[in-house]
Design a protein around this ligand. Structure first.
Ligand SMILES: [Zn+2]
Length: 270
C-alpha cells in the first residue's frame, strides 16, 4: 500500500512538472545581442537564438530548421523588417505569437540605423515588453543597464571628442546616445564596398589627423581597413556590434555595453 502511494505521488509530481514545463513560454531571439537581452528574464532551456553568435543579419537566409524553431516559439524578439526582412513574412503569417519588434519602439528623433539593439531606451522597452509577456520583473535589468550606462559615460568622457571610423554603419544609436565623435564608416553594410570618392575622403580625414582610431569587426576581414589606413599613424581597435564573444547570462547585455565602452576607450586614449 505504501509503495502504491509513493508510486502515485511520483506519477502525479512528474505529470504536474511536465505541465509546468509545457506552460513556460519559449522565446526566440533573432540575433545574439537580443538573446543577451532576453537571458535577463528567460532560462537558457527556454531560449533559442535564430542566427548563431557571430552571424551577421545582413544577407542571412532562413533554413527549414530555422522555420521550425520559429514555429515552436511563443515570443519572438527581433529588430524589424529593415534589418531582418527574412522574418517579416512570418510575423504576418503567425500573428498569434508575441512579436517584439525593436524598430517599433524607437522614437522619431533617434537615428534611423536598423541595429536597434545598440539603443538603450529601445532595449529597455523591448525587455520590459518581454518580461511582461512572461509575467516576470524587468526592474533588475533596468538597474543593471543604468549602471552600465553610467559607467560608459564616465570612462568615455575624456575621449568623447576624439574622432574614429567604424567598420560598418551599425553603431549610430550608441554614438548618438553616448555623444561620441564618429567621423566615418568603411562600409554602409559589410557586403558593400565603398566608392572611390568615399575612400579618398577617408584618406584625407586620416591625413589631417581627424581620426584617432579605426575599428575593425571580428566577423569581417580587416583587409579594407588596412588598405585605407596604410601606414598612417592611427590606432587600430576592434568593436563587435553583435557581441559574439559574450556568453549568454542574466547580465550579458549590461556587460556588452561596458565592453563596448572599454574597447572604445582603449583605442581612443592617447
Ligand atoms: Zn550590420
Amino acid at each position: 500500500m505504501k509503495f502504491l502511494k509513493t508510486a502515485v505521488l511520483v506519477i502525479f509530481t512528474t505529470l504536474s512538472f511536465n505541465l509546468w514545463a509545457a506552460t513556460e513560454k519559449k522565446v526566440l531571439a533573432s540575433v545574439h545581442p537580443l538573446a543577451l537581452v532576453a537571458a535577463s528574464v528567460v532560462n537558457s532551456d527556454q531560449l533559442q537564438t535564430l542566427l548563431p553568435a557571430g552571424t551577421s543579419p545582413h544577407d542571412f537566409a532562413l533554413r527549414p530548421s530555422d522555420v521550425d524553431r520559429l514555429q515552436e516559439a511563443d515570443v519572438i524578439l527581433w529588430t524589424g523588417p529593415v534589418a531582418e526582412p527574412y522574418l517579416s513574412g512570418f510575423a504576418r503569417r503567425w500573428p498569434d505569437k508575441t512579436w517584439i519588434d525593436l524598430s517599433k519602439l524607437a522614437t522619431p528623433e533617434q537615428p534611423r540605423d536598423p541595429h536597434y539593439w545598440l539603443s538603450v531606451p529601445v532595449v529597455l522597452k523591448a525587455q520590459a515588453a518581454l518580461a511582461d509577456a512572461l509575467g516576470k520583473d524587468a526592474s533588475e535589468f533596468a538597474r543593471q543597464v543604468e549602471r552600465a550606462v553610467l559607467y560608459s559615460d564616465q570612462v568615455l568622457a575624456p575621449v568623447k571628442d576624439r574622432g574614429f571610423f567604424v567598420f560598418h554603419r551599425a553603431y549610430d544609436h550608441w554614438v548618438y546616445e553616448r555623444g561620441l565623435n564618429q567621423v566615418g564608416a568603411f562600409t554602409l553594410t559589410p557586403e558593400q564596398k565603398p566608392g572611390m570618392r568615399t575612400l579618398q575622403m577617408m584618406r584625407d580625414q586620416l591625413r589631417r589627423g581627424e581620426v584617432a582610431c579605426v575599428f575593425r569587426e571580428p566577423e569581417f576581414s580587416p583587409a579594407l581597413v588596412i588598405s585605407v589606413v596604410g601606414d598612417l599613424p592611427v590606432k587600430h581597435g576592434e568593436l563587435d556590434p553583435l557581441g559574439a564573444h559574450i556568453d549568454l547570462s542574466s547580465d550579458g547585455y549590461p556587460y556588452f555595453l561596458r565592453d563596448l565602452a572599454d574597447r572604445a576607450v582603449n583605442c581612443l586614449s592617447l
